[in-house]
Design a binder for this molecule. Structure first.
Ligand code: 3PG
Length: 208
């Protein structure tokens, strides 16, 4: 699990993907790899998610996690398909415990001190901060980081090239998630070079 965290921290960016058709998974994975960002969070917002995760994970050149995971059953589907980490919009004890049973990293969403304490009680050292933009943004994370020493954050939701640096500048922020570099429409239209261009731009911004 710690190797996954290390890889996410190295990537600094986690593209949040919504795929309508698992047949697009390979092309999208190739676009991410070509753009220099071999990582993705494939969300369970569509029925295509498990098969898309399987196709992307089977390539072996990209770190795949599952997003929008709401139930232990979805954890099982995600992990069976090859997901190495599991992201949830909120904190569910049942989801986190199933992740621990399956040996994968759980990244539940937290936006209050109470939720963060609950995550700590479940043994977590990294949490998603979602939706970051409407939950106080970078200043809120700085406030929490001052109190919860040793805790790391992956802010997601409302992040864009315009505010990316505000988040990445915070030492407690391991990585930042977002969908801006993988627009659903471009993927569905197989505009994979355009996705690669967006990803390359995001990677260059994150390296600044
Ligand atoms: C998520 O699931 O983390 C968010 O939908 C991503 O948020 P964004 O679309 O604002 O980047």
């Amino acid at each position: 699990m710690s190797d996954v965290l290390t890889q996410l921290a190295q990537a600094r960016l986690v593209p949040v993907v919504v795929l309508d058709d698992a047949a697009d998974a390979d092309g999208l994975a190739g676009a991410l790899v070509d753009g220099g960002l071999p990582v993705a969070e494939v969300t369970f917002r569509t029925a295509a998610a498990p098969e898309a995760i399987r196709r992307m994970a089977d390539r072996g050149d990209i770190l795949i996690g599952a997003g929008t995971v709401l139930t232990p059953a979805q954890v099982d589907k995600a992990v069976d398909a090859g997901a190495r980490y599991v992201v949830s919009p909120g904190l569910s004890r049942a989801v986190v415990e199933r992740c621990h049973e399956r040996g994968v990293l759980a990244l539940p969403g937290t936006v209050t001190a109470t939720e963060i304490q609950a995550a700590l009680e479940l043994g977590l050292s990294t949490v998603k901060f979602f939706p970051a933009g409407t939950s106080g943004g970078a200043p809120a994370i700085k406030g929490f980081a001052a109190v919860f020493g040793g805790l790391s954050f992956v802010p997601t939701g409302g992040v864009s090239p315009a505010n990316l640096q505000d988040y990445l500048d915070i030492p407690a922020v391991k990585a930042v998630g977002g969908s801006w570099m993988v627009p659903q429409k471009l993927v569905a239209a197989h505009e994979f070079q355009a996705v690669t261009d967006l990803v390359s731009e995001a990677v260059a911004l994150a390296e600044k």
